[in-house]
Design a protein around this ligand. Sequence first.
Ligand code: FEO
Length: 170
Amino acid sequence: MLSDSMEEALNRQINAEFYSAYLYLSMSSYFESSGLSGCANWMKMQFQEEWMHGTKIYDYVVERGGRVLLEAIEKPQSEWDSPLAVFEHVLEHERKVTGLINALADQALDERDHATSIFLQWFITEQVEEEATASGLVDRMKLIGGDSSALLTLDQELATRVFTPPASGA
Ligand code: FEO
């Protein structure tokens, strides 16, 4: 059974993951209105990933006999100065999420909640990948600079991203 404090912390993380989903959907909408449908697709896949993250924690809380209490999702930003600014925001946001996951993992260790520690390993690994992907896209956007044909080439590449749910059925 989850401690009250762990249940509260996991509930907060569910909200944080759903906020991430909302933020990326807002970024997708920004790109749709900017004529970059490939970037919009990439963000929509990111939205689905974050939704899956929130649901994965939801299912874990239920499995441990806890109670999920959904809170309001904060309104996300809707305008950015440039495509580069959006991807810089993604990287900054993912670094913040990594901090939240690490704090949760610290709490699980402090409480000797081994099941939650093991559960969070997946998220720790996922954050390494999320930060690396975002950082790579920021680097490429910086290289592109004001070259619109290079931007359209990247946009075409990002149009191919698909969301594949994990085999575990998370
Ligand atoms: Fe759920 Fe992008 O971290």
